[in-house]
Design a protein around this ligand. Structure first.
Ligand code: ASP
Length: 582
């Protein structure tokens, strides 16, 4: 190696020693003829000093930001007053005795140090510079460490890392496929996997018993703010397991991952049935760092004179309320905004009441009796000075959902009671009805098993059938999704039939898996954990793009490689593809 040490590792312990460092010029200053240069590598920065009479003064004088240098010198203590206690290397500096410029650098569009404040398009276009920023390096380092911890843990638990194909046939996970045209098989396409789901189940049929992979999953979705066309899952599957076995293994994995990031976790995680999550929090990924709960107040208004609630009750709908702590001092505009938020999430309107000096204020207050209002206040646990939000809808889920969106907004002003709130969300329904298409669809993935005792009702009352599907949520984020699967072909075919896949159609789309199931597949189940999100949460980042080396923009484009891009006419011809005008 050219270097003796990393820049960030030069401390007072090395006083008097001679060191060679290699790195980038982070900054330079001319202080009364003495040059101070900060040299940076991935470990940190170190200050260099070049005296006016140094034979390297001219070379040093010519340095600019991001020049690449190799420097040798003796470690000296900084003079008093120049010590920087905020820097790991802040006590020392290196008196330069040799200096080589290994490469120069053109003037750059932004300073590496301030790159995170630059517009994201620009950061992504110059990602090679952006990644020189110490926070970006620490994010990539964290991601690496977490991935290694996962590998070590899963290996110790007997999991085999198996790679599955990228060029494959569609596996449904509820998104559109990315397609790759085949040159050899004209007019035919591979699909990029939305997940390795069918392969990992097939590996169980192969007797692998425990599989994992840090798998790339490709989903062509209309991009929501923090989605990526490709993301990485810690993907797992295991044979002869119950839901509890899967949960235990994953809890151990999370403990190990969090320990790697210096955080202790308590296990087991709580289990929260889906219905209860919706009833109490209005979400299947509730942020349980906060206690605030929705309260079902439907019964309180059984004899109400308020027309809106009367209609909802006549339609067998629901009324839910939420306490907004200290909300009585909020302005009209604040409640207008909350009403808008509720509407965006499916509400027709929102009742809000301020509890003030034993009285109630709000546009709808006059429609309620004093008894109704007092009972409401008591039931939601509100006090004078609070506000109460009341939502109603003929459809219970709709009401829970928009009240859940309001809860998410209200907790922003509450102190969290813990840093990390994990929960397993369990007991999801197996199927959801799609009225526009008059068919049932998998609430999660189509391979999830139905609860055995509900199987007789599968065709009679599909909506009532419970499943072995579960999610893992953390601080309001869905971290993982998994299930125990169907291991019998006939049951799987009955479920696919409800989704309007005929036997023939199912055999075409899911043939590999169905064939494997009928050839002695063991009972099995698994899970896919979002590595990007876990890393982002542990890195304290809002966006998963901060923990992906080369992410795409929200428009699914890569400014760095300028992809997607047009291709040569010749390539198109080989593939037999003609581009139509819009
Ligand atoms: N394949 C599922 C997903 O990608 C995870 C699983 O059920 O294992 O969400």
């Amino acid at each position: 190696m050219k270097r003796t040490n990393y820049c960030g590792d030069i401390t007072a312990k090395l006083l008097g020693t001679k060191q060679t460092l290699c790195g980038w010029v982070n900054s330079y200053r001319n202080h009364g003829g003495v040059l101070f240069i900060n040299v940076r590598d991935r470990s940190g920065v170190c200050q260099l000093v070049v005296e006016p009479n140094s034979p390297f003064f001219d070379t040093a004088y010519g340095l600019r930001n991001e020049y690449v240098i190799e420097v040798t010198g003796t470690v000296k203590r900084r003079i008093e007053g120049a010590v920087n206690p905020n820097m790991k290397t802040g006590e020392i500096e290196i008196l330069v005795e040799d200096l080589k410029v290994l490469n120069t650098c053109i003037p750059l569009p932004f300073d590496v140090e301030n790159s995170r404040g630059v517009a994201e398009e620009i950061r992504l276009k110059y990602r090679y510079l952006d990644l020189r920023n110490p926070k970006m390096f620490s994010n990539l380092l964290l991601r690496h460490r977490l991935a290694q911890a996962a590998r070590r843990y899963l290996d110790a638990q007997g999991f085999l890392e198996v790679e599955t194909p990228i060029l494959t046939r569609s596996t449904p996970e509820g998104a559109r496929d990315y397609l790759v045209p085949s040159r050899v098989h004209h007019g035919e396409f591979y699909a990029l996997p939305q997940s390795p789901q069918m392969f990992k189940q097939t590996l169980m049929a192969s007797g692998i018993d425990r599989y994992f992979q840090l798998a790339r999953c490709f989903r062509d979705e209309d991009l929501r703010a923090d989605r990526q066309p490709e993301h990485t899952q810690i993907d797992m599957e295991m044979s002869f397991v119950t839901i509890d076995d899967i949960h235990e293994i994953v809890e151990g994995l999370m403990k190990e991952i969090f320990k790697t990031a210096g955080k202790e976790l308590q296990t087991p995680f709580i289990k929260l049935p889906f219905d209860e999550a919706m009833d109490k929090y209005g979400s299947d990924k509730p942020d349980l760092r906060y206690d605030l709960q929705l309260v079902n107040v439907t019964k309180l208004f059984a004899n109400t004179g308020f027309k809106v609630f009367q209609d909802v009750l006549a339609a067998k709908g629901s009324i839910y309320a939420l306490r907004a702590e200290k909300g009585a001092s909020c302005s009209r505009g604040h409640f207008d905004k909350l009403t808008e938020l509720a509407k965006k999430n499916g509400a027709k309107g929102l009742v809000w009441l301020k509890a003030k000096d034993g009285k109630y204020e709000g546009p709808a207050a006059k429609f309620f009796t004093q008894e109704e209002l007092a009972a409401l206040k008591q039931t939601v646990g509100a006090q004078d000075g609070d506000a109460i939000l009341v939502g109603s809808d003929a459809n219970k889920r709709t009401c829970q959902t928009f009240m859940g969106a309001l809860r998410k907004e209200l907790v922003k002003n509450l102190p969290p009671k813990t840093d990390w709130a994990f929960a397993w969300i369990t007991n999801f329904p197996l199927l959801e009805y799609i009225p526009e298409e008059d068919r049932w669809d998998a609430a999660h993935n189509p391979f999830t098993a139905a609860v055995e005792e509900d199987l007789p009702n599968l065709e009679k009352d599909p909506g009532s059938v419970r499943s072995y599907q579960f999610d893992l949520v953390l601080n309001g984020n869905e971290l993982a999704s998994g299930s125990v699967r169907n291991c019998r072909r006939d049951v799987q075919e009955r479920i696919l039939a409800l989704m309007k896949h005929s036997k023939e159609d199912a055999a075409i789309r899911f043939g590999m898996l169905l064939n494997a199931l009928e050839a002695g597949a063991p009972p099995h189940g698994g899970i896919g954990l979002g590595l990007d999100r876990i890393t982002a949460l542990l890195a304290g980042e809002e966006s998963i793009r901060e923990v992906i080396a080369f992410p795409k923009t929200a428009q699914a484009a890569c400014p760095l490689t300028e992809s997607p891009n047009k291709v040569d006419e010749k390539q198109l011809q080989e593939l037999g593809i003609e581009i139509t005008k819009e």
